[in-house]
Design a protein around this ligand. Structure first.
Ligand code: 13P
Length: 265
């Protein structure tokens, strides 16, 4: 019996995502930056989805302003964290459903700052990602090694453990984004070399494909950590880099648009 020859897998291009994480920054005047980004996107078409994740206090008003001023708002909005429960006695927390209600289409979970500041474990991050899915949001799940872990040659082991523990079963390309953010590159101006980024992103792609099959081959893998207009083009050109998660450079429209320009058509 001759073996069936399978056709090569269809390679569907992955639409990149450039997401700005404002962290605990931004007051009402930050709305002007969001409008400037949205207006620029209306005239300069880019081959990427673009998103801002403002603090929760700005989410709803930003959604209203963006929607009011444009028929086809091209700037998406995301939250920065969510509680695992839908509602209840959890003072100070925000649920994924609340973020969705306020206008978000995604939420960042497991950012290293939350893993450190709030002792979030992989298991908690996984529950938060599942909560995001329950609410109809995409989960942007962050992973990344510390400087010490990289020096010790543990980068892939750490990232592999975080991926396995932080991603829920049944994740799909449409509702799950992985962000590789080396902790030592966040806010420091340091970035891994393109070769190092390629190695980790290829490893993440393999892990996603092994666990989720075709869905895993299509999930977006973002790079984050000191992405700036000056280095965005080089970093975004690396294989398996499907966009960026941008901190400091997302706070000013000019800088953020400089990063987004890596995907100018
Ligand atoms: P910076 O771009 O400021 O290094 O922050 C990256 C980050 O943590 C995005 O989530």
């Amino acid at each position: 019996m001759t073996e069936a020859v399978l056709p090569p897998p269809a390679t569907v291009a992955i639409r990149p995502l450039v997401a700005g994480n404002w962290k605990m920054n931004g007051a009402k005047q930050g709305l002007e930056e969001a409008l400037a980004i949205r207006d620029a996107l209306a005239v300069n078409v880019v081959a990427a989805d673009v998103m801002i994740c403002p603090p929760a206090t700005l989410l709803m008003v930003m959604a209203e302003i963006l929607a009011a001023e444009a028929e086809n708002a091209t700037l998406q909005l995301g939250g920065q964290d969510c509680h695992v429960a839908m509602a209840g006695a959890h003072t100070g927390d925000v649920s994924a459903e609340m973020l969705q209600d306020a206008g978000a289409t995604a939420v960042i979970v497991g950012h290293s700052e939350r893993r450190v500041d709030h002792a979030e474990t992989d298991g908690m991050v996984r529950s938060k990602a599942a909560a995001a899915h329950r609410a109809g949001l995409a989960a942007i799940v962050c992973v990344g090694e510390t400087a010490g872990e990289r020096r010790a040659g543990l980068t892939l082991a750490i990232v592999g453990r975080q991926l396995a523990g932080s991603l829920p079963d049944g994740a799909k390309a449409a509702n799950t984004v992985v962000a590789y953010e080396p902790v030592w590159a966040i806010g420091t101006g340091l970035t891994p070399t393109p070769t190092d980024v390629a190695e980790v992103h290829a490893f993440i792609r393999q892990a996603l494909a092994a666990r989720y099959g075709g869905e895993g081959t299509q999930m977006r893998i973002l790079y984050g950590g000191s992405v700036k207009p000056e280095n965005a083009r080089q970093l975004m050109a690396v294989a398996n880099v499907n966009g960026a998660l941008v901190g400091g450079a997302s706070l000013k429209a000019k800088d953020f648009l400089g990063v987004v320009a890596a995907y100018a058509i």
